[in-house]
Structure formats: C-alpha cells, structure tokens
Write a protein that binds this ligand. Structure first.
Ligand code: MG
Length: 219
C-alpha cells in the first residue's frame, strides 16, 4: 500500500500516541492517595472504594469526565493534572509518525475520550500541537467513542471516506463501534502502557506502537 491511498487518519490519544502509564498512575495511584488523605483511610481502602466507583461508570462519558470526578470526589482534578503533568509522555516515535502523516498530506484527526481541559494540558506538555487537522473530544458530542451515538454525530460533523480512512486505537471496544460504523482499516496497539506487559488484542490487527505502522503497511 502507498501513502497516497490513505485520505484520513483517525488517531486515539491515550495509549496510542501518549503513554497510558500516566493515566494509570493518575487514576489508580495519585487520586487514591489523595482520597485516602482526605477521607483518613489507608491507600488500600481508598483504592477499593475508587476502583468500585470507576467500574460503575466504565465506558460512559462520565468515566472520562474530570468535572464529574472533581464533583464526586471533591478534589480539584485540573490542578492535580497540572501537579503531575511532568509524568505525561509520548509513546516511542510518535512525533516521527505524525510528521510522516503531515508530509504525506493525510487529513489527521485526533479522536479522544479525554475532556478538553485535560487534553489541552496533555497536548501542550507532549508538544503535539500542530500535527492535527482537527481534534475531536467525545465530550463535545456527549457520548463516549464506544457508543453508536458518537459515530452518528461524527458522521454529521466531518466528511471522510470510510474506505480510505485508517483508525488506530488501543481500545478494542472503541474499534468495534468504529467497525459497526463502516470504517474498514482498524488497528490496535500492543503496548499502550510502557510499564505493563503486552496487551492481548483479539479481534484486530495490532502493532507495538504507531511508529510500526509504516513498516507493516507501506510498501
Ligand atoms: Mg486509548
């Protein structure tokens, strides 16, 4: 395949371009730690309570909302993101990959479940501004990417050819909804979190990280 046949690239952010190790640290260590201090419990207890609360909201727009969790937990999450922003980092060779898309004039669209306030901090911190033709946060639409509603609204908002569009996302559940929506070229990521083992991708082609895309698909 030649670059020329790809018109549009949809890219997820966390776990695809950015190291998911930050999000895992933030939600599963940093916040439980703060919560344990506020509630005067142990870290282990705080973690059990929070993991239960997270589980209940999994795959909903609230799970990804920092306003929602700020209110529920009574913690200013935006300032906590700013306090921990030094831990935000890109996965291997992300910038080179984005430069290649730009050089080949591919319409590059970031599609993320990350809310705008957090997204702005992450993109600034990782110096990713300037590589996207458009940035879509699912919070703009009110539905997470792993819903049919999200894709229906996206289809009304942007023009793209589903046959000539590639989408890389580390979440198979998101890819499933993209597939239902008719996108043909779907790819997952083997190592979304640099601190964890390889994730098992069952239903989609997967690559170690975005920089492996060219080697695998471009001739
Ligand atoms: Mg992701």
């Amino acid at each position: 395949m030649k670059w020329g046949v790809i018109e549009t690239f949809f890219l997820d952010m966390d776990g695809t371009l950015l190291d998911l190790a930050y999000d895992n640290y933030f939600w599963h260590e940093h916040i439980p730690n703060l919560y344990s201090k506020i509630e005067k419990t142990t870290f282990a207890e705080a973690k059990i309570i929070l993991e239960g609360m997270y589980m209940e909201k999994k795959s909903t727009i609230e799970w990804y909302s920092i306003n929602y969790w700020s209110n529920i937990l009574n913690i200013n999450l935006k300032s906590e993101i700013l306090n921990t922003k030094d831990k935000i980092s890109v996965l291997p060779n992300t910038i080179e990959f984005l430069k290649t898309l730009k050089k080949n004039q591919i319409n590059t669209v970031l599609i993320t479940n990350c809310p705008r306030e957090m997204l702005n901090i992450k993109i600034t911190q990782s110096k990713l501004w300037g590589y996207f033709n458009k940035i879509i946060s699912s919070h703009d639409y009110g539905y997470a990417k792993e819903t049919e509603n999200f894709w229906n609204i996206l289809n009304k908002n942007i023009i793209y050819n589903k046959e000539k569009t590639f989408f890389i996302d580390d979440n198979e559940n998101v890819l499933k909804f993209a597939e239902k929506n008719g996108i043909k070229n779907l790819i997952s990521i083997n190592y979304p979190d640099s601190k964890k083992e390889k994730q098992i991708v069952e239903n989609y082609t997967s690559i170690n990280n975005v920089s492996c895309f060219s080697k695998k698909f471009i001739r």
